[in-house]
Every structure is written in structure tokens, then in C-alpha cells.
Design a protein around this ligand. Structure first.
Ligand SMILES: C[S@@+](CC[C@H](N)C(=O)[O-])C[C@H]1O[C@@H](n2cnc3c(N)ncnc32)[C@H](O)[C@@H]1O
Length: 275
């Protein structure tokens, strides 16, 4: 009972639970299904949005001048494949073994020469190598401040001089829409969190300074596991402060990574940065 109450206590900001959401083998299979279902925007955006985003990337970083692209957190390669089709030389990094294996098999089938690496991008150690880096679907805001600056520095280091980074984050609007709640559900035939029957106890919490926690505790017959998903939401000012601290120059600000602008209610902010 003590352990149960301990799992349900309110964690401090960006405290990691013992369980890795993206890397749990069973959950990774559910996430791959979500990536590959264009109607499910849980893991990747819709394919029509991704296509628009690729058109936009070609405008801001034409292949002739920005040949070598690094996609950080590439998942099953939805962006990598489309970029390879446009003749970019593509490297994709992800620490979901399941997604990287799928991406490699697809590349082989479709005859794309994409360098997929099963790696933690926090350990990225490439230097002066890429013309363009992508960090797409608000992964930056899932990190604690110290990890954000480490990752940005690693990306900066991996780019050639004049190289660009396109990234997106959730905005203040998205934070305002976030609803605090607590809930539970009984999943007798298994579901997203486990193949066995389980009870999920969930809690969505808002913290000061635009941070949220989506916490799920999964209780099966044999064990109890808690997953913490954190998000920092940004104002333009905060984001610009963080990226310029590492040495990037802000080239453009958009509402999203398809290049939309002028929508005051956008749920995201996208930045095009230059080394
Ligand atoms: C929200 S999904 C976005 C996938 C892809 N960028 C897209 O938009 O289709 C986040 C991806 O980042 C990966 N990821 C998260 N943290 C990572 C890390 N530290 N190193 C490598 N990959 C990571 C996850 O495994 C997952 O595939």
C-alpha cells in the first residue's frame, strides 16, 4: 500500500518515473501503430500535414544547398523517407528500437539509402556534419531545462557553419487548453498500456511556469508501473532566450513546421535557426 501511495504522489518538475514510455517494448508497438495511422496524431502528425511540412522544408532548405539532413527522434521514418525521395542525404536517430527496425526494413523495401541509427539523441556526438537538423513534434519541450540546453548544444555542434535547425514546441495557447483531471479505467482485455488486463490511474497536472505532467499508473495482476510525460510550453520570448543562449541565430518564427504564420491561436511555435 505504501508503494502504491508513493507511486501516486505528486512528483517534482521533470522527475522521471522508473519506466521509459517510448522504449517499453509493448508500448513501443502501440506507438508504432499510432505513428503509421494518419488519423491518430498521438505520435506523429497526419500524413497530409507531414507532406505540407516536407514542401516547406524544401523551400527553407533546398536540397542543392542543404544536402545532409539529420532527423532527431525520427520514429518510423515518416519525414526521412519523404526527404530521401526528394534526394536529400538523410540520417535518422531514434531510441525506440522497434521504430528504427521498422524504418530500416521500409528503407530496404523502398530502396532508400537512409542511415537509421538506434541511439539516444542526448548522446549525439557528431561534429560539423549536417546542413539541416529537424526536431519535430514538440520533443524539445518534453525535456528538463538542463537536458534542453545539452541537446541544443549537441545539435549546434553537429551542424556545419550556416547549417539550420527546424524545431517546434507547444505554445501558451496549448497550455491554456490543458485541463487538469484525475481518472481511472478498467481494461479487462488489455489495451494501450499492457497486453494483460489492467487498471489505469491517470492524472493531468499543471505546474507553474507552463509545465504539465500527464501521469499514468498501470496496475496489473503482477505489477504496478508509473509513466510520467512532461511538457514545457513556451512563449516566443522564452524559446528565443533558450536557443540564442546556445549560439543559434533566429532566422524565422512560424506557427508550425509547415510554415503557417499569422494564426494567433496556434498550438505550436516553430523556429528556423541558423548556426
Ligand atoms: C512525438 S514522436 C515524433 C516522431 C517524429 N519526429 C514525427 O514527427 O513523426 C517522438 C519520437 O522521438 C523519439 N525520442 C524521444 N526521446 C528520444 C531520445 N532521447 N533519443 C532518441 N529518440 C528519442 C521517440 O522514440 C519517438 O519516436
Amino acid at each position: 500500500m505504501n508503494n502504491f501511495l508513493n507511486q501516486l504522489r505528486v512528483p517534482s518538475r521533470f522527475e522521471q518515473a522508473d519506466n521509459a514510455f517510448w522504449q517499453n517494448p509493448y508500448i513501443a508497438k502501440q506507438l508504432l501503430k499510432a505513428h503509421l495511422n494518419s488519423d491518430n496524431e498521438g505520435a506523429s502528425r497526419s500524413f497530409s500535414f507531414i507532406d505540407k511540412s516536407i514542401d516547406f522544408i524544401q523551400q527553407i532548405a533546398p536540397q542543392k544547398s542543404y544536402q545532409k539532413v539529420l532527423d532527431l527522434g525520427c520514429g518510423p521514418g515518416l519525414y526521412c523517407e519523404r526527404l530521401a525521395k526528394k534526394n536529400y542525404t538523410v540520417t535518422g536517430i531514434d531510441f525506440s528500437e522497434n521504430s528504427i527496425r521498422y524504418a530500416q526494413e521500409q528503407a530496404k523495401k523502398l530502396n532508400f539509402d537512409i542511415d537509421y541509427r538506434y541511439e539516444n539523441y542526448m548522446e549525439l556526438n557528431d561534429s560539423n556534419n549536417y546542413d539541416l537538423a529537424l526536431l519535430i513534434y514538440c520533443d524539445y519541450g518534453a525535456l528538463a531545462p538542463v537536458d534542453r540546453s545539452k541537446l541544443l548544444f549537441n545539435i549546434w555542434n553537429s551542424l556545419k557553419n550556416g547549417g539550420q535547425l527546424l524545431l517546434d514546441v507547444f505554445s501558451q495557447n496549448k497550455f491554456d487548453q490543458f485541463k487538469e483531471e484525475q481518472y481511472w479505467s478498467l481494461n479487462e482485455n488489455g489495451g494501450f498500456w499492457s497486453k494483460d488486463s489492467y487498471v489505469a490511474i491517470g492524472r493531468n497536472l499543471k505546474y507553474p511556469d507552463r509545465v504539465t505532467l500527464e501521469q499514468t499508473t498501470v496496475v496489473t495482476k503482477d505489477k504496478m508501473e508509473t509513466y510520467n510525460i512532461w511538457h514545457q510550453y513556451f512563449t516566443k520570448e522564452l524559446l528565443i532566450k533558450e536557443v540564442t543562449a546556445v549560439g543559434f541565430t533566429v532566422k524565422e518564427i512560424y506557427d508550425d513546421v509547415s510554415g503557417q504564420t499569422g494564426n494567433g491561436g496556434s498550438e505550436t511555435i516553430a523556429l528556423l535557426l541558423e548556426k
